[in-house]
Design a protein around this ligand. Structure first.
Ligand code: C5P
Length: 225
């Protein structure tokens, strides 16, 4: 198998975090969070190319120069558009593409490799974590329904795809003006089988300021292990 390409959509404004700087550029152990993510993928021999979609004014914040393995592209108006821009930069020899959130620095390499293998075999794969909370569908302040918890999985990343499948899914989503918060769900919506690989609670998304406090502690543990 030739190497995989990794697309990191990092062009969001990160409004839930507050402050001027989007959360993916906040520092974790002295470096922007997204930089940790980029460096971890670059250490992986199965990764041929890392493509980061960034809002243009923030390109200078990432202290990482473009090289033959790392490219920065200008992000789009939505997550899907940013991923599509990234996909345009994927080299022909990369037949598998992973899409990874810029704010999940603690993915496990073993899980990533299992996801790559599952995408080769099934076409698409995602890391899913069974939810432990009961989830209600709410309209304003009233419960409308309560889906059965045993069927609910939280979708993490990296989500992996045969490149041709991701291209088709994103083209169809753009045509239908279909927006989505993850690509695995879109692939399933367009009829592709998407394999579930066990996710990892440590691979959490740094979304709110308190997540960053936890992330600093986790990082300390990782660096001393
Ligand atoms: O808002 P949410 O956390 O779901 O955003 C997911 C990812 O999509 C973030 O990493 C964000 O930077 C990225 N994004 C993007 N381009 C946009 C909007 C979001 O790359 N226009």
């Amino acid at each position: 198998m030739s190497g995989a390409a990794v697309i990191i959509p990092a062009a969001g404004s990160g409004t839930r975090f507050g402050g001027d700087l989007p959360k993916q550029f906040r520092e974790l152990a002295g470096k922007p969070i997204v930089q940790h993510v980029i460096e971890r993928f670059l250490l992986d021999e199965r990764v041929a190319q890392v493509i980061v979609a960034v809002a243009e004014p923030l390109l200078a914040v990432v202290r990482q120069e473009s090289s033959d393995r790392v490219h920065f592209v200008a992000g789009g108006a939505s997550r899907l558009q940013s991923v599509s821009r990234g996909l345009e930069a994927v080299r022909d020899e990369c037949d598998i593409v992973a899409v990874h959130d810029a704010v999940r620095p603690f993915f496990a390499t073993s899980t990533f490799h299992a996801l790559l293998d599952a995408a080769v075999a099934a076409g698409a794969s995602f890391p899913g974590l069974p939810v432990t909370d009961t989830i209600h569908i709410v309209d304003g302040s009233r419960i409308l329904s309560t889906p059965e918890r045993r069927m609910l999985y939280a979708a993490q990343t990296p989500q992996c795809f045969r490149t041709a499948i991701l291209r088709d899914v994103l083209a169809r989503a753009a045509q239908n003006d279909d927006d989505a918060t993850d690509e695995a769900g879109l692939a399933a919506r367009y009829g592709y089988p998407v394999a579930l690989v066990a996710g990892d609670p440590m691979n959490f998304k740094i979304t709110r300021p308190e997540d960053l406090i936890v992330a600093e502690r986790v990082f300390e543990r990782w660096s001393t292990e």
